[in-house]
Design a protein around this ligand. Structure first.
Ligand SMILES: Nc1ncnc2c1ncn2[C@@H]1O[C@H](COP(=O)(O)OP(=O)(O)O)[C@@H](O)[C@H]1O
Ligand SMILES: Cc1ncsc1CCOP(=O)(O)O
Ligand SMILES: [Mg+2]
Length: 285
């Protein structure tokens, strides 16, 4: 039987002013509870993803061996599945872990990296979507490809679309898959198929650091782990917090490499006043 943990009555839309305290509560709860996040992710992202989770106060574990899933996954508070360096050998572990999370009523988050680049990848992503992720987070091109279930010309893991180009695709995917869909970009779009908000934190230089998208997906998993009944709000909070850390990090950075370091430091050091002042989440039409 499928456990029903991550569906609550939709709340009314809030103003940006009202989001601040909620975003701070999500971050403080992650720091206080330190959720264990199992990550089955690509080789490129493992380091930045683990460090992002640690600096936010969560506990990362990169566990991807199929034989370990039955022992390990039930102990995780959330799961992050990322198909960035997908191979035939890894897919069964991703599927088994997702099924285990759903069975134990825990949230899991999918990052469909380069979903539209190859037929193998698209088919795998569609199978994973069928296992009811709590949240899907991709860039504009990935969400469009997944929503249309189509392979096409892509820039691989990078987006050739603005996040706003994927607004309707995101809504359709959220409705069809009954999950939260987040599209990252200059404006991060978050939708449950009905409500749509935009988180406008972050800096463009974050696109020049590999695995920032992967890492914010894992951060979403940590935030949803501590508030599974409000996955929509927790997803917006995670994207906003990561963006704020990027904004503060950019004040000290000289380029992508130092931004990577300062982003992690800023995420670790975020305080309540800064979060309340900088959160920029608004309803979108
Ligand atoms: N133009 C931009 N302005 C501000 N933040 C951005 C911009 N582009 C991407 N970001 C941020 O960078 C992070 C990674 O997003 P993105 O580059 O879209 O993902 P991916 O790496 O999966 O393609 C997200 O936190 C997103 O909000
Ligand atoms: C470069 C690369 N190639 C396969 S996965 C990957 C990392 C992609 O990370 P992100 O989607 O966060 O930019
Ligand atoms: Mg990505």
């Amino acid at each position: 039987m499928e456990a029903k943990t991550h569906e609550a009555e939709p709340q009314e839309h809030q103003t940006s002013h009202e989001w601040g305290p909620q975003v701070w509560t999500h971050l403080s709860t992650v720091r206080g509870r330190s959720p264990l996040v199992q990550c089955i992710t690509n080789f490129v992202s493992m380091d930045l993803m683990a460090n992002t989770l640690l600096s936010a106060g969560a506990s990362p574990a990169m566990v991807h061996e199929l034989q370990e899933i039955p022992d390990f996954t039930p102990r995780a508070d959330a799961l992050c599945v990322n198909v960035g360096t997908l191979s035939t050998e890894w897919l069964p572990a991703m599927m088994a872990a997702a099924e285990a999370e759903v069975r134990s009523g825990k949230p899991w988050v999918l990052d469909p990296v380069a979903a539209g680049a190859t037929r193998f990848r698209l088919k795998a992503c569609l199978e994973l979507v069928g296992l009811r992720p709590t949240v899907i987070r991709g860039n504009g091109s990935e969400i469009i490809a997944l929503s249309r279930a189509s392979v096409g010309p892509t820039k691989g893991v990078d987006s050739s679309h603005e996040s706003t180009d994927a607004m309707e695709a995101a809504k359709a995917l959220a409705q069809a898959s009954r999950c939260i869909v987040a599209v990252s970009g200059a404006i991060d779009i978050i939708t449950d198929g009905q409500r749509v908000v935009g988180a406008q934190n972050g800096v463009a230089m974050m696109q020049k650091i590999t695995a920032t998208g992967c890492s914010v997906t894992a951060l979403i998993a940590a935030f949803v782990a501590v508030d599974p009944l409000h996955a929509f709000e927790a997803t917006a909070s995670a994207l906003s917090i990561f963006g704020i850390a990027g904004e503060i990090g950019m004040d000290m950075a000289k380029g992508p490499a130092s931004l990577r370091m300062h982003l992690i430091d800023s995420l670790y050091g975020l305080d309540e006043a800064t979060v309340l002042r900088r959160v920029n989440i608004n309803r979108l039409p």
